[in-house]
Design a binder for this molecule. Sequence first.
Ligand SMILES: Nc1nc2c(ncn2[C@@H]2O[C@H](COP(=O)(O)OP(=O)(O)O)[C@@H](O)[C@H]2O)c(=O)[nH]1
Ligand SMILES: [Mg+2]
Length: 315
Amino acid sequence: MTTPLELGAIRAAGKPAVARALAAIETAGGIARHAALLDACVAEPGGHVLGLTGPPGVGKSTLTNALVRHVRARGETLGVIAVDPSSRVTRGALLGDRTRLKTDPDDRGIFVRSMAARDRLGGLSDHAVGAVALMQAVYDRVIVESVGIGQSEADVATVADTVVLCIQPGSGDSLQFMKAGVMEIPDVVVVTKADTGAPARRAAADVEGALSLAVRAADALVPPVLTVSSTAGTGLDALLEAVERHRAWTTDPVRADRLRAARFRHWVADAVKVGFGTAGLALVDLDRALEAAAGPFGAVAAETAALARRLEMGR
Ligand SMILES: Nc1nc2c(ncn2[C@@H]2O[C@H](COP(=O)(O)OP(=O)(O)O)[C@@H](O)[C@H]2O)c(=O)[nH]1
Ligand SMILES: [Mg+2]
């Protein structure tokens, strides 16, 4: 049976077709081969992509579980992607071991995928970026769980509409994040494990302090700081409300177009840089590349093929 790599067919066939399409994207060269599908996926604004990030053990998977139940109870469909950027070293040990997502296999409205980002989640050459593009075209919401401190926060921001940074009570994380420049990235900050009481409240106050020092664009929203307990189920409604408020801000028509254009440009630039370095990037006219192609994935495929030919000829 041939894989239906046409968006309408994938939407109609649901889970098995999504799984086949993701497998096709994940093969070597799969992103370039399926650029037309992926460009069709991002041609229209799709489902909302929530990026959940923070250090291992902070409670991202448990929170994802709680959010999945909440969102499904409201009748919205959901795709979940757990990306482990360090899995080359840990062989994926961080994923799933502790908190496997418990979902109903018969529920057509939820799709869960674990992925290893080989080096980092960044650039359209990365399978995770393609997977997010596909899932947001099929489901009402996508949650991307990404482990790590530093680069992974910045990476998840390139695919997520709203980035939620998770902070562990009593960890001194906020200070570390501030030093790493991470405090400029989140749209919402969540202190997890609110059921621990005083340490969670203290961490929230620390984060407020750190955020007041972060540098932000003039029109940027100051991220709200919330406390949640995924195990006790407290703070989840407030979190989803904060996410909705941020979503409303990003989907303001003028802002939405600007954000999308910037994201596409960043994707193309990043993919070219990953493949050909800054010297390669200097040879590419990003605006022209995006204009000439059906979308960012096609632009990457065309530009990387052109650069490869140039390198061949230069030999
Ligand atoms: N007390 C408490 N523990 C939690 C909560 N959420 C997660 N945990 C625990 O924190 C540990 C790490 O959680 P996990 O979701 O795997 O963290 P991740 O590595 O960020 O995905 C597990 O032992 C969880 O049971 C919470 O709301 N309250
Ligand atoms: Mg986890």
